[in-house]
Write a protein that binds this ligand. Structure first.
Ligand SMILES: Cc1ncc(COP(=O)(O)O)c(C=O)c1O
Length: 411
């Protein structure tokens, strides 16, 4: 008797592929390339917080923490949200500490969406949001962020923008949530108050939840101000704020993040989180409480250092022929590679890592339709000056784009 073989795989996994960002890190190791692909610092984490982690292990804070997070860390998160966002949070009922903001986003989507629900995502987007939405059973609906028009000096100061009509059209009866990532990976866009207010108005009009990934809130340039959606009138009860330690404290490997949401939603997130991971690493949560108690000077210094790194990398990329979109926040530069004449971003990124020895992330990994990112690649600048200099040296081998020769006038 013949019957079609039963698949051992979930249909969900057929709808997305492995992370290209993480794949490029492996390629960097394979070709001994300078890794400007994945967003992790190659400089040490702050001494104070490493000491706090060592002390916590020494004090035997080594068993399961409270499932939704250590009391000290939740108190520190609530204190910080009051300080930075002027939002009053009850740490007992409104915070869930997770294994990184990655888990916080996944747990939030699993806790709030049903099959048939749609989740609006601005694209280009941090590549996890697509699979997160699909794994939670919902459907992503993309709204485009458009790059600023080309200028002759290669560097774009203008913002990536979205079309109001396109955003309005994306909201309808099945819309459950919108994900807003500000400061944004990969574009470096920082959403303005007017843009957030428009999103707020649409959320209120259509009874939609805002899930805001604010993991780069302290990495911000050019006097731009980070505004959390939760601060806006009317949004306190319909916003989930996702944040974490990875970027602000340079500890991407610690896997400590959190979701802040009104009590009813937090109840649901905590249930999902419990069965996903039981809890985040206990000693590192204690160190998290110490990190979130660092003085304001820490954040000024963080900003100043990242500004210097941004201003170090951009001229190097421009010199090599890239057109750079100057980021206002986060630690990436999105670039246009049309001038190099490669068939697409993947072919270019492969050439760059293998032949030139610099790893970047192909732009298509940030778009639903790969063609939309075919002329873009992203570089990360969360690296030591030596690393950026090593990349600069290698990039001199990159064939200079052909200059367009002015037509000779016949006399
Ligand atoms: C926008 C954004 N959200 C979340 C993450 C992952 O954060 P975590 O290390 O807290 O899981 C990243 C990492 O690059 C990111 O860029």
């Amino acid at each position: 008797m013949t019957s079609s073989p039963k698949s051992f795989l979930s249909e969900k996994v057929a709808h997305f592929s492995e992370s290209v960002i993480r794949e490029m890190s492996r390629e960097a190791v394979k070709y001994q390339a300078v890794n400007l692909a994945q967003g992790f610092p190659d400089f040490p984490a702050p001494e104070e917080i490493k000491r706090a982690a060592q002390e916590a292990v020494g004090k035997d804070i080594n068993q399961y923490a409270i499932t939704w997070g250590s009391r000290h860390l939740r108190a520190a998160i609530a204190r910080q949200m009051q300080l930075w966002q002027s939002v009053t949070i009850d740490p007992e009922t409104e915070i869930t500490v997770c294994c990184g903001s990655t888990e916080a986003m996944m747990a939030s989507l699993l806790a709030t969406t049903n099959p048939g629900d749609e989740v609006i995502i601005f694209e280009p987007y941090y590549e996890n949001y697509g699979p997160d939405t699909i794994l939670s059973g919902a459907k992503p609906r993309f709204v485009k962020l458009r790059p600023p028009a080309a200028r002759s000096d290669h560097t774009e100061d203008a913002e990536w923008t979205f079309d109001e009509a396109e955003l309005r059209a994306a909201f309808h009866a099945h819309t459950k949530a919108i994900i807003v990532n500000t400061p944004n990976n990969p574009t470096g866009k920082v959403f303005s108050r007017a843009e957030l207010e428009l999103i707020r108005d649409l959320c209120l009009q259509h009874n939609v939840l805002a899930i805001t990934d604010e993991i780069y809130e302290h990495i911000i340039f050019d006097n731009t101000k980070h505004i959390s959606m939760m601060e806006l009138d009317g949004m306190r009860d319909r916003t989930i704020v996702i944040n974490g330690m990875s970027k602000t404290y340079s500890v991407t490997g610690w896997r400590v993040g959190w979701a802040v949401a009104p009590p009813l939603i937090t109840d649901a997130i905590r249930k999902v989180h419990d069965f996903l991971t039981v809890g985040a690493p206990a000693p590192l949560q204690e160190a998290g409480a110490a990190a979130l108690s660092l003085p304001p000077a820490y954040y000024d210094d963080l900003k100043a250092r990242y500004l210097a790194r941004r201003n170090h990398l951009i001229p190097i990329l421009e010199q090599a022929g890239f057109r750079c979109f100057r980021p206002r926040g986060a630690y990436y530069v999105m670039t246009d590679i049309s001038v190099f004449g490669f068939p697409n971003d993947r072919a270019f990124a492969h050439h760059l890592v293998k032949e030139i020895g610099v790893a970047c992330v192909p732009g298509s990994s940030f778009y639903n339709d790969p063609r939309d990112g075919a002329s873009q690649v992203r570089f990360a600048f969360c690296k030591r000056p030596e690393t950026i200099n090593a990349a600069a040296e290698r990039l001199t081998k990159l064939a200079q784009p052909k200059l367009v020769q002015p037509k000779l006038r016949k006399i």
